[in-house]
Design a protein around this ligand. Structure first.
Ligand code: HEC
Length: 158
């Protein structure tokens, strides 16, 4: 049998296609990074922060602290809970890393290397405390011993 392609069919086909587009949820293509991925970024910032501070590049250090804060904030928003942990992630972040990050900010503001070094250790310990609290204690963080970012200049020009 021959099917006659009528204008009515054309309209129907168009509206089916259109409704398929319109009915897609608005965030359809939105990519949500996993907590492990965000933590990978946080780890990068943690390393860069050390080399920025050690070079007394306070501007860069301040930037990395800000990025760390944003990373924790984003992680808490995108992943507020972990199925096996009672405490919510934003609460865990606030309880563990907020204070050390504030103290680091202060050290950077005062351009105080000794204070920076001391608070960097406190921050690193806080990473591990939270890893243990979330049963990810096998992810052990330490102060970096070599700089893997050879394509970035950490020293200031003067
Ligand atoms: C909520 C408390 C919490 C804090 C604070 C925290 N983490 Fe994590 N971290 C986690 C959890 C939970 C995971 C496991 C996430 C997953 O894989 O789903 C993780 C995983 C990691 C991983 C493994 C990811 C990978 O891809 O290898 C690294 C590295 C890491 N964290 C670094 C850090 C560093 C550095 C800090 C401190 C500056 C820090 N974390 C602070 C909870 C925390």
């Amino acid at each position: 049998m021959r099917i006659l392609y009528t204008p009515i069919m054309q309209v129907t086909a168009c509206s089916i296609l259109l409704s398929a587009c319109v009915s897609q949820p608005s965030g359809f293509n939105k990519y949500v990074p996993g907590l492990g991925e965000i933590m990978g970024q946080i780890s990068t910032r943690h390393t860069k922060l050390w080399y920025a501070g050690a070079a007394q590049n306070w501007e860069l250090a301040a930037y990395e602290i800000k990025e760390l804060k944003e990373g924790f904030e984003e992680a808490g928003k995108l992943h507020p809970t972990l199925e096996h942990i009672i405490q919510r992630l934003p609460v865990l972040f606030a309880g563990n890393v907020q204070k050390p990050l504030e103290h680091l900010e202060q050290a950077v503001k005062e351009r105080n290397l000794a204070q920076f070094t001391q608070n960097y250790e406190v921050l690193t310990k806080a990473c591990n405390t939270c890893h243990r609290a979330t049963e990810f204690g096998f992810n052990k963080i330490k102060r970096p011993t070599f700089n893997p970012y050879s394509n970035q200049i950490f020293e200031t020009e003067n």
